[in-house]
Structure formats: structure tokens, C-alpha cells
Design a protein around this ligand. Structure first.
Ligand code: G4P
Length: 535
């Protein structure tokens, strides 16, 4: 057996996907609390309120400091090393949110029991589906008068198109929510209320036909529970582990992150369900096993300009195989350069600390002087090259207005570099070749970053004119741009790799046009692989 197999099999690298306010910060905090990485709930929350104060540049600088330290949170559970990757949400929703999913082996989809499936959940779910990432669902806020649990399950199935299977079932809802029935172990877990959720809650375990249980939860809740379980056992689909691992079925858990109800049984089950690091496929189709002796992995995110006086950047690197050791040499496959990885960081409960050793599944923060790009592969020997990180279609667009026309060259250099780094996407009009570029981003805040970085790093002063487009699709197939440009509310552009992309003013318009081309051998694509054809 290869040397590190056990160590690697104990790793769980995952992300939480949710719509703002579903309770991601609260759940994250409770996972850290249960995992012993924080001792009282409250610390992550405090940082989030700092984050929320943001909208101007200064605050954003401050936020970068925060987001870097919460980028990866590590804790232990049942002998496993949990790497929880933070997917920026809220105001700072950006391409980084999507990219982070490229580094995760599985995801927790958090749904608000009152609101059900919301828009940002749908977008993030689609990215997971595209990558075949297994998803466990946690329906949160069961302590509030929410929607009927069965109705929530149907909504997930209808809107997201993924079959669900409840692993737990709630006992009561709203104020009456007091426990969950664990369908897989056929036991009832009743939670005891404790100090507003800042500590672990005690759990009483009982069998469903325990007479004491009926007395404990009351006749009405008991009858509802028995009825609910019978219904599920009769109608619900059984859990299929392989389908889950392929991302084609989601087990569902119920709970309340705020009161900690249901967090512990969820964590116990999640550790068993979530896959350990798996094999990765190279661009040549070779399979690299996580316990391969060769060290390899890829950069999925770059946090640039931590300190504006230095070009201080941290590249977030996901190890796909082998063992990392501080000071080791690795080849940057894109250029062939040999790098000595001497400045490496890990993140322990919001602290950045030096990292000496890490294994497949772990995330390493590599200090970078500007050589690394998003999607780059580093490896210790064999020539392994992984697929880059896809570019996702932006939803916000601006036209760049250059204040000083003599700075056009610097502008081009700046935009080329920022786009390579993944900070923004750059497009050009088909006719106006390389003049007045159009920028696209998943999150609007990204334009402030670009404006400021062009000013401070390239000495180029720009402003932006907002454009009314909300969606974009790359085109594959034989399509004459003139045909589309005739339709109102569209704009045809080239990206920096000369691929045709169409912008649409509304989702309705986009679907109409896609429908019109359905039988004409033209594909409208939402994500492309840099340097390669559309996915
Ligand atoms: P987010 O990171 O997904 O945006 O959500 P966050 O955890 O910040 O939670 C959003 C709001 O929902 C917070 O309330 C939080 O307390 C509440 N919340 C989270 N989980 C639960 C839950 O299980 N039950 C209930 N009832 N509420 C929950 P807030 O009023 O916005 O903030 P705060 O004043 O409570 O900090």
C-alpha cells in the first residue's frame, strides 16, 4: 500500500453552498465549535459583520484580510481532518465562489426551511452538477415556522432536478422542533435546549416505540412522526451511495444551526458520506491517484495585492496527489519553471500559520511573486497537467472609459494580466478591435477591484460605463454574429481568446434565442476552459 493512503483517506475537503442568509456563517461556526476549532460560537460571526460593513475600497481591503484567513477552515471530526473551503457569498459573490468548488470533493447544500430553494443556491448547484460533486443537503432553520418538509423536498427535486432521500426527519417544527428521527439507524434523537446555541446540545437517544418517548414529545408530535416515517418508508426512494457519489442523489438532513439542533448527527453522517480525496484526470486523460508518490495539484484562487506596497499574492493550491513539504521543488507546468515552495501557509480557525507538511486533499496557501495563474498545475516529477479552472459566464458588464488615451498600451497590459490572473474577464467588440474593452464579472464588486488595481499597479485611470446586459453565453458551432446582432437586447463580442460570446439583456430573451437555434447545431455555453474550446 502506498505510504500515505491512510492519512489521505482521513481527509474531507468540502464547501457549503447556499443563498445569503440561509445560515452558512452560523453552520460554519457550529461545525468549528463541534470540531473544537473554536471554543465558543461567535468569532466567525463577528468577522462577518465586519465584512458586511463593506462596499467601498477601504472596507474591501479590510475584507480581503478577513476572507483570506477564513478561506480554509480546518477541524477534526471522528478522526477525520475536515477542510472546509469558504465560498464567498453575500455582497462579494464572485467567480472565486465558483472556483472554490473546483477544489472541493463534496458540498453541503444549505437550504432555509422558510424560503426553500433560492437563486444563488441554484447557480452554485449547477456548478456542482457540472463537476459531478456529491451534495448533502441540510435544511436549516427548522426552529422557525417554515414550509412543510415534504414540500421542501419536492421543491429541491423539481427546481434542481436531483432526487432526494431524507436521512433524518424532523420531530415538530418551529417552536415545537425538538429532535430528528435518524432513518438510517432507526433511532430518535431528542435535543435539549442549551444556552442559545453557544455550546453543544445534549442529545437523548430513544427507539421509536419507547413508551417514554411518547410521553416526552407528546401524543400529537409522536403521531405525526410515525405517520411521516411510514409515508417516507412507503414512498421515498432508498439511499443509493453510488448515485450520491456521482452527484445524482442528495441525502437530506434537518436541523437548526442557530440552536445546534441536528448539527451533531449531521456531522457524524457527513464524515461517513463525504468522499475522501479521489483520483484526478490529467488533460491527457491519465488518472492520478491521491496516494501517488508524485506531488501534484492546481491553483484555484489567487488573493492578490494583500499589501499594495508589494505585489504580495497568495495562491490557493489544492493538492491532488502525494505529499507536500515546505521547501520542496516543483515544476510550474505552464512555463517549465522550477519553483522552491518555501513560503507556505495553512489556516487554523482563522489564523494563518506556516505549513510544513500537507497531503492530497489539503489546501496550501503559496506565497507568489506573480508567477502563478489560476488553473496552473505544479508537480514534483512526472509531467502532470490538470484541466484549468473554467471561466464562468459573467452577469455584470461595463465598458472601460480610458481617461488618458496615451495610456492605451498600459491599459492593455493591465487588463491582460488581470484577466490571466482571473480578476476579471475582458471582451472586445467585433468591429472596434481592441478599443474600449468591455469587462465582465460575476460579482459587481470586482469592477472596483479592477479600477483600483489599474490605478495603483499600472498607473492607468479609468472609469466604467454600465451596460444593461445580465447574461452571456459562449457560442460553439456555425453562427453568423450578424444574425444575432439583429435581435434587440443582444451584443456579440470576442473574448481574449477570440471566442464568440453573446450578451443578453434578460434571461427571457436569452432562452428565446437559444430556443430559436435549437435545431441549428449551435451551442450556447455557460462555462469555458481557458486556452481550450468551450466545455
Ligand atoms: P449566511 O452566512 O448564510 O448569510 O447566514 P447567517 O449564518 O449570517 O444567518 C443569517 C440569519 O439567519 C442570522 O440572523 C442568523 O442568526 C439566522 N439563522 C441562522 N441559522 C438559523 C437557524 O437555524 N434558525 C434561525 N431561526 N435563524 C437562523 P440575523 O438576524 O441576520 O443575524 P443575527 O443578529 O442573529 O446575528
Amino acid at each position: 500500500m502506498p505510504q500515505f493512503t491512510d492519512t489521505i483517506n482521513r481527509r474531507r475537503t468540502f464547501a457549503i453552498i447556499s443563498h445569503p442568509d440561509a445560515g452558512k456563517t452560523t453552520l460554519t461556526e457550529k461545525l468549528l465549535l463541534y470540531g473544537g476549532a473554536v471554543h465558543t460560537a461567535g468569532s466567525v460571526k463577528a468577522r462577518k459583520s465586519d465584512r458586511h460593513a463593506t462596499s467601498d475600497w477601504m472596507a474591501m481591503e479590510q475584507e480581503r484580510g478577513i476572507s483570506i484567513s477564513t478561506s480554509v477552515m480546518r477541524f477534526e471530526w471522528n478522526g477525520c481532518e475536515m477542510n472546509l473551503l469558504d465560498t464567498p457569498g453575500h455582497n462579494d459573490f464572485s467567480e472565486d465562489t465558483y472556483r472554490t468548488l473546483a477544489a472541493a470533493d463534496s458540498a453541503i447544500m444549505l437550504i432555509d426551511a422558510v424560503k426553500g430553494v433560492e437563486p444563488q443556491t441554484i447557480k452554485l448547484f449547477e456548478v456542482c452538477r457540472m463537476r459531478g460533486i456529491p451534495i448533502v443537503t441540510f435544511i436549516n432553520k427548522m426552529d422557525r415556522e417554515g414550509r412543510d418538509p415534504l414540500e421542501l423536498l419536492s421543491e429541491i427535486e423539481d427546481v434542481l432536478g436531483i432526487p432526494t432521500t431524507p436521512a433524518t426527519w424532523p420531530v415538530g417544527q418551529g417552536k415545537a422542533f425538538c429532535g430528528v428521527y435518524d432513518r438510517w439507524h432507526k433511532r430518535l434523537l431528542k435535543f435539549e435546549r442549551a444556552d442559545g446555541g453557544s455550546n453543544k446540545v445534549p442529545i437523548i437517544e430513544a427507539s421509536i416505540d419507547d413508551p417514554a418517548l411518547k410521553a416526552e414529545i407528546g401524543q400529537r408530535l409522536y403521531e405525526n412522526l410515525v405517520e411521516g416515517i411510514e409515508l417516507l418508508d412507503g414512498a421515498g426512494s432508498d439511499f443509493d451511495r453510488d448515485a450520491y457519489l456521482r452527484g445524482q442523489m442528495s441525502p437530506v438532513f434537518f436541523g437548526s444551526a442557530l440552536t445546534n439542533f441536528g448539527v451533531e448527527p449531521f456531522l457524524d453522517a457527513f464524515v461517513d458520506l463525504a468522499p475522501a480525496p479521489r483520483e484526478h484526470i490529467t488533460v491527457d486523460g491519465d488518472v492520478v491517484m491521491p496516494d501517488d508518490d508524485v506531488f501534484s495539484g492546481f491553483v484555484f484562487k489567487i488573493q492578490a495585492n494583500m499589501d499594495p506596497r508589494h505585489r504580495d499574492r497568495i495562491a490557493f493550491f489544492r493538492i491532488c496527489s502525494g505529499r507536500f513539504e515546505r521547501g520542496m521543488q516543483a515544476t510550474l507546468q505552464r512555463t517549465g519553471a522550477k519553483l522552491t515552495l518555501s513560503k507556505s501557509l495553512t489556516f487554523m480557525a482563522q489564523e494563518r500559520v506556516n505549513l510544513d507538511e500537507a497531503f492530497a486533499g489539503d489546501i496550501v496557501g503559496l506565497w507568489d511573486s506573480g508567477q502563478l495563474h489560476i488553473g496552473d498545475t505544479l508537480c514534483s516529477s512526472k509531467s502532470i497537467v490538470y484541466e484549468g479552472i473554467p471561466r464562468f459566464s459573467p452577469e455584470n458588464f461595463v465598458r472601460v472609459v480610458l481617461r488618458d488615451p496615451l495610456k492605451r498600451k498600459q491599459l492593455k497590459k493591465g487588463l491582460d494580466e488581470l484577466s490571466e490572473e482571473g480578476a476579471v474577464q475582458v471582451f472586445y467588440d467585433l468591429q472596434r478591435m481592441e478599443r474600449d474593452p468591455i469587462l465582465g464579472a460575476v460579482g459587481k464588486l470586482q469592477f472596483d477591484v479592477v479600477q483600483n488595481r489599474l490605478q495603483t499597479e499600472y498607473n492607468v485611470n479609468v472609469t466604467f460605463d454600465g451596460l444593461p446586459y445580465q447574461h452571456a453565453r459562449w457560442i460553439e458551432g456555425n453562427l453568423d454574429p450578424a444574425d444575432i446582432s439583429r435581435r434587440s437586447g443582444t451584443l456579440c463580442l470576442h473574448d481574449i481568446e477570440d471566442r464568440l460570446i453573446v450578451l443578453f439583456q434578460s434571461e427571457w430573451m436569452m432562452h428565446r434565442i437559444i430556443d430559436d437555434y435549437r435545431d441549428k447545431n449551435v451551442k450556447f455555453i455557460a462555462a469555458v476552459q481557458p486556452g481550450r474550446k468551450a466545455l
